[in-house]
Design a protein around this ligand. Structure first.
Ligand code: KG4
Ligand code: ZN
Length: 338
């Protein structure tokens, strides 16, 4: 297998998923094992960094072993090790990074550090075998909301970013105040399907005219104020209506800005990525907007939207193809810029 196919081992541990994946020729996923810690953090209503690190440490070797055996290979078949080195929780990142570095050293294999957000974008190369840059990427996750001009496999220019909360973070916080639980994104998505999205008119925050930046902290406060006002008035709150109205307000802004960016950059391909890319309304609204404008829309299947090591392996492959390689001084950067 090794002679004919280039094998990448990807490792991801930036937040609460410990993941390892094996890829053939960068895009062909032979295994993608994800150990989720959702249940561990659920009782706290969010990710507890120290607990996340400890669980990564407990899980990482088993996850890597499972990824190798599921792919039907052994360590000697691996040609490249790719690992997330930022952004993320520093303690969590360090577990994946230390593991990847020691494996690369012991096996004498090349090591490539991957930016987590670039990994999210690369999930689309796995899903859509013909997809090639240039395109406009919309990355919406628990930690980020970015509009990125992707001019080549390793060239990314950020056109817009959130100035406060990320979209996923806003979903998680609003879900908490609505009593829906954690992680909030999928729960709001579900609740919204049963609600009236025009029941409450939450303010859409577009910032300055022509700005491609986002701000979601205002709408989060808007939901809180609405709930408090209703309670003070003794009026009942419909969780489903509030969830649907909040979701529509967020997605209207995201879709409008993505389309504005594509038009401005003269891009006819929009690539959606990140955990919130699994949102059913976002997919529907963006598809409709792209159809109206004659743009092509790409997004990964839900398992590749969430944090996973296959996307990291794919990004590492393209960096390595371009001659990029890291040494054992590679460190974890919690606020790594794109
Ligand atoms: O990309 P990701 O797995 O982790 C980060 O890199 O942040 O994204 C996790 C985020 C969480 O905030 C979660 O609530 C959100 O993605 N999410 C969703 C949906 N599924 C996950 N948000 C809205 N709708 C969904 N269906
Ligand atoms: Zn992520």
């Amino acid at each position: 297998m090794k002679d004919k196919n280039f094998i990448t081992l990807g490792i991801e541990s930036s937040c609460d998923e410990t993941s390892a994946a094996v890829l053939r020729e960068g895009r062909d996923v032979l295994s993608n094992v994800i150990a989720s810690q959702i249940k561990v953090h659920q009782v706290f209503g969010g990710v507890v960094p120290e607990i996340a690190s400890r669980h990564h440490l407990d899980n990482i070797n088993t996850v890597i072993d499972s990824a190798l055996s599921e792919a039907g290979i052994t360590l000697k078949d691996v040609d490249l090790i790719g690992v997330t080195y930022g952004p993320g929780l520093v303690g969590a990142l360090l577990i994946g990074l230390a593991t990847a570095k020691s494996m690369a050293f012991a096996l004498k294999k090349p090591l490539v550090g991957v930016h987590h957000i670039q990994g999210h974008i690369c999930a689309n190369y796995i899903e859509h075998k013909d997809l090639k840059p240039p395109f406009l990427a919309l990355v919406v996750s628990g930690g980020h909301t970015n509009i990125i001009d992707v001019t080549d496999y390793n060239h990314y220019e950020v056109l817009g970013r959130t100035r406060d909360d990320a979209a996923g973070e806003a979903f998680d916080k609003v879900a908490r105040v609505l009593g829906l639980g954690y992680p909030g994104g999928p729960l709001i998505d579900e609740a919204a399907k049963k609600g009236n999205a025009h029941a409450v008119e939450f303010k859409r925050v577009f910032l300055e005219k022509d700005s491609l930046d986002f701000s979601f902290s205002g709408i989060k406060t808007g939901v809180l104020n609405y709930l408090n006002t209703q309670r003070l008035k003794g009026e009942e709150v419909s969780v489903n209506d509030t969830a649907a109205s909040f979701q529509l307000a967020v997605m209207e802004v995201i879709v409008a800005k993505a389309v504005m960016a594509a038009e401005r950059m003269k891009k006819d391909k929009i690539v959606l990525a990140g955990g919130v890319a699994a949102n059913s309304l976002l997919r529907k609204m963006l598809k409709e907007a792209c159809d109206r404008k004659g743009f092509e829309l790409y997004y990964p299947s839900p398992i590749l939207c969430t944090d996973n090591a296959a996307m990291i392996g794919c990004a590492a492959y393209y960096k390595y193809q371009a001659g990029m390689e890291d040494d054992y001084y590679l460190d974890a950067y919690p606020n790594l810029a794109i």
